[in-house]
Design a protein around this ligand. Structure first.
Ligand code: ADP
Length: 348
């Protein structure tokens, strides 16, 4: 009898329902809002997590099947909670022709290594044989030109509107830095940032891509929120350091992505322990395990821990990120693990 079925069993069953196209389940992605017993069974409230109706229909059907079929619950009532009022006006999210997955790399604050993670992640995905683009949307501090050593390369314009990305180390790159010169200071207002990023996204001739990595500006202000909302993101990776303050900011970033219904793929803890090159001992310069703690508190996976290593910085400064400069370096291996974890979480 359905009344005898414990709520724990229902939760456990919901944890087996995957978000369509993802390896992650709807519970850990925060899609399930409430589970409540009714007189004849259970009511499940889910967040209206996608603009695409077919996604919501698939989730609903999978929940229904799992609870009735696997658990034998007689009556399953599904309620969808639309949260888009929180978002203000509904905008047409940009889907890009030929681009399979768009993944954002974000952080609650600057300086935690977000751009370094975005660059090395893009390169590691390319190492896995995937076709990859990197959109440097960190308009306040574009770092792609320096990290990829593209010199004064400028994207060629095709028809005065569309332009070709710069290709380096097998990754297609676009950055505001290509248009401004590396050292020019950038002063933008929110709407200009959004306009520029939209244009980069749409007017770049990316060609077919398995992954487009978007290096978002740091922070959780309006610009980030709007960006995350306008780009049809398949998921977000949050970069933090193990320090308490950084973790607090990263938690804010997780909440921001949730607000725009973007699945959180997981957390990367960067600068997580220094491994002494001489003695091999580990020194936790920035504290220990903050990323992991936050990941478990927020119910999101911990994807990778990248050690703080001088070679990571010098490789980036020299225009040849560590994944290319020293593929066997422990940090490079950690980035490759990260790439694998992301591929595993997003099934093609
Ligand atoms: P953000 O994009 O978050 O502002 P960056 O990626 O620009 O941060 O990194 C800030 C600085 O820290 C850069 O000089 C970068 O080379 C360095 N850095 C990032 N990650 C590491 C690491 N794991 N080990 C050593 N230095 C790092």
């Amino acid at each position: 009898m359905s009344r005898e079925i414990q709520i724990e069993a229902v939760h456990e069953a919901l944890g087996r329902v995957k978000y369509p196209g993802f390896a992650a389940d709807i519970l850990s992605l925060g899609i399930v809002e409430e589970v409540a017993p009714t007189s004849e069974g259970y009511a499940v409230t889910i967040r209206h997590a996608s603009e695409r109706e077919e996604v919501m229909r698939t989730i609903a059907a999978d929940i229904h099947r799992t609870l009735t079929h696997d658990l034998g619950i007689e009556k399953v009532e599904l309620r969808a909670h639309r949260v888009e009022a929180e978002l203000g006006e509904k905008t047409g999210r940009e889907r890009l022709e030929g681009v399979k997955h768009i993944v954002a790399v974000g952080s609650g604050k600057g300086g935690v290594g977000k751009s370094t993670v975005a660059a090395n992640l893009a390169l590691a995905l390319a190492e896995l044989g995937l076709s990859v683009g990197l959109l440097d949307a960190d308009i306040y501090g574009p770092s792609v030109p320096m990290m990829f050593g593209t010199g004064d390369a400028h994207p060629a314009s095709v028809d005065r509107q569309h332009f070709k990305p710069i290709e380096k180390y097998g990754v297609k790159l676009i950055s505001i830095g290509f248009f401004l010169g590396e050292r020019a200071p950038v002063i933008w207002r929110g709407p200009m940032v959004m306009g520029a990023v939209r244009q980069f996204l749409k007017d770049t001739l990316w060609g077919p891509l398995d992954f487009l990595i978007v290096d978002l500006p740091p922070g959780t202000g309006d610009a980030q929120l709007t960006l995350a909302q306008q780009v049809a993101l398949d998921g977000a990776v949050i970069v933090t350091t193990p320090q308490d303050v950084a973790v607090l900011d990263a938690t804010r970033a997780v909440k921001m992505f949730r607000q725009v219904h973007c699945p959180i793929l997981g957390v990367v803890e960067n600068m997580s322990g220094f491994i002494c090159p001489d003695c091999g001992e580990r020194d936790d310069l920035f504290g220990l395990g903050g990323g992991e703690r936050m990941a478990s508190e927020e119910g999101v996976p911990m994807l990778a821990r990248i050690p703080i290593q001088q070679e990571v910085r010098s490789a980036g400064d020299a225009g040849k990120p560590i994944v290319i400069a020293a593929p066997e370096h422990p940090a490079s291996r950690a980035y490759l693990e990260l790439a694998r974890a992301i591929v595993a979480r997003i099934s093609a």
